[in-house]
Design a protein around this ligand. Structure first.
Ligand SMILES: [Zn+2]
Length: 245
């Protein structure tokens, strides 16, 4: 069963899509369900719920802006106060209501995630179709690095389109062997999911070749990126790993 776990509608400030059409298209593209995660509100998800039926599941949620970057709340029917920016308070809000806290597009805007926050999150997006390679100037984190980071920190990975336009819906999917919300949640918690990103574009393939060639010529970038404050550097296996990692 394939799900797109991050999608927007017109209830987001930066999106004009109608929930009804979003669901129609997601169905047509073979998804079993869709998480509607509008910025700072569950209104889009609540609207989309009326188009759910036995063949198609809406996972309600939101994408909350915090001081530590965005946090997705999945399986949520209410959103925190828009003024709440403390990432720990947002994660607590999600967990006390039985939802999952996932960090979308990690490293897209910043180089680190606080170590304490990493311990609280359920997962991070291993692939986000809007940010196939991240945007931090001078540093290119790809899926491999993010998945390695997730593994080292006992985080689950999801894969999603983050679609803001109809063309992007279902572009990246998470395969989950479950159809009922509680079972889907449990599968994600256990890491019983498979990422299904789109094949890399021609531009991505060329960028990756250039990156490989530069690495051969110049050696690894210096200094190597630290993925969380005070944490081990990528590929450094000598550092102790967090509990359960
Ligand atoms: Zn988003």
């Amino acid at each position: 069963m394939e799900y797109d776990l991050h999608c927007h509608t017109k209830y987001s400030f930066d999106c004009r899509m109608e929930p009804r059409r979003v669901v129609e298209i997601a169905r047509r593209r073979g998804l079993r369900g869709l998480a509607i995660t509008d910025h700072d509100t569950v209104a889009g998800a609540m609207d989309a719920l009326q188009y759910q039926d036995e063949n198609f599941l809406i996972i309600p949620g939101f994408e909350k802006t915090t001081e530590a970057g965005d946090i997705l709340g999945l399986f949520m029917t209410e959103a925190p106060d828009p003024k709440l920016k403390d990432p720990f308070a947002v994660v607590e809000f999600i967990h006390t209501r039985g939802g999952l806290a996932i960090m979308p597009h990690p490293f897209a805007y910043r180089v680190t995630i606080g170590k304490e926050l990493v311990k609280c999150l359920d997962g991070i997006e291993g692939f986000n179709a809007r940010y196939p390679r991240t945007q931090v100037p001078g540093i290119a984190f790809g899926t491999d690095e993010i998945v390695e980071f997730a593994r080292a920190n006992n985080l689950r990975v999801t894969c999603s389109s983050d679609s803001h336009d109809y063309g992007a819906i279902a572009r990246a999917r998470t395969v989950i062997p479950a159809e009922i919300p509680e079972e889907i949640k449990e599968a994600i918690r256990r890491g019983n999911t498979v990422m299904a990103p789109p094949p890399p574009s021609a531009v991505d393939r060329i960028a990756s070749k250039i990156g490989e060639a530069a690495k051969r010529l110049l050696g690894p970038s210096e200094p190597p990126p630290t993925l969380w404050e005070g944490g081990p550097r990528l590929g450094d296996d000598d550092e102790p790993r967090p509990e359960g990692g």
